[in-house]
Design a protein. Structure first.
Length: 178
C-alpha cells in the first residue's frame, strides 16, 4: 500500500494526524498550483486553506479511489476558478482602481518568491484563462489532457490546442528570459 493510500484510509477512519500529514505533504505543491492560477499569494493561501477545511469537514463521507495528489490539485483548481469568476463579477459591478499589474506578495516562508517564479506567474497571468488553466493543470497538477477536458467541459483536441497555444504565448512573453 502506498503512502497516499495509507493516508486516505487513516483519514477516512478519522485520524487527525493523517490530515496533518496530507497537508504537510501537499501544501507547497498546492500553493504553487493556486498561485499559477491567481497570481496572488494571499488568494492562493486562502484557496488552499479552503480546500483543506472542506476536506476536514468531509472526513466521514470521504471516498476517493483515485490519486490523492490529483484530487487535491483538482479541488484547488476548481476553487481558484471560482475565485477568478467571482472577481470578474465584482469587477463588473464596481470600477476597479487597482493597477493592471498582477499582484505578487508571497508569504514569507512558504511561497516561491524568486525572480524567475515571479516572471512565470506574471506571464501566466497574461494568458487567456482557458490556456492558463490547461497549462497549469498539465504542468503543475500533472493531469492528462482527458482529465483537463473533463474539468473544462471541452474536447480532448480543444484542450491540447489551448495548451499548445498557451505555451507558444508563454515563450513569446518570456522571450528567452528563462
Amino acid at each position: 500500500m502506498t503512502e497516499d493510500e495509507l493516508l486516505k484510509v487513516e483519514f477516512k477512519q478519522g485520524n487527525e494526524d493523517a490530515l496533518r500529514r496530507i497537508y504537510e505533504k501537499y501544501v507547497n505543491y498546492l500553493l504553487s498550483v493556486a498561485m499559477a492560477f491567481l497570481n496572488d499569494a494571499y488568494a492562493a493561501e486562502d484557496v488552499v486553506h479552503d480546500v483543506f477545511v472542506a476536506l476536514a469537514e468531509s472526513a466521514s463521507t470521504f471516498r476517493l479511489h483515485g490519486n490523492l495528489r490529483s484530487y487535491l490539485a483538482t479541488c484547488v483548481a476548481n476553487r481558484a476558478r471560482d475565485r477568478l469568476r467571482e472577481g470578474r463579477r465584482q469587477a463588473n459591478r464596481w470600477v476597479s482602481h487597482a493597477g493592471t499589474e498582477p499582484q505578487f506578495e508571497p508569504a514569507e516562508d512558504r511561497l516561491l518568491c524568486d525572480e524567475r517564479a515571479k516572471q512565470i506567474y506574471q506571464a501566466l497571468a497574461q494568458l487567456p484563462e482557458e490556456q492558463r488553466e490547461a497549462i497549469v493543470l498539465r504542468v503543475k497538477a500533472d493531469m492528462k489532457f482527458q482529465q483537463i477536458a473533463e474539468i473544462q467541459s471541452a474536447s480532448y483536441v480543444a484542450v491540447q490546442a489551448r495548451y499548445r497555444r498557451g505555451m507558444e504565448k508563454l515563450r513569446s512573453i518570456l522571450n528567452g528570459r528563462l
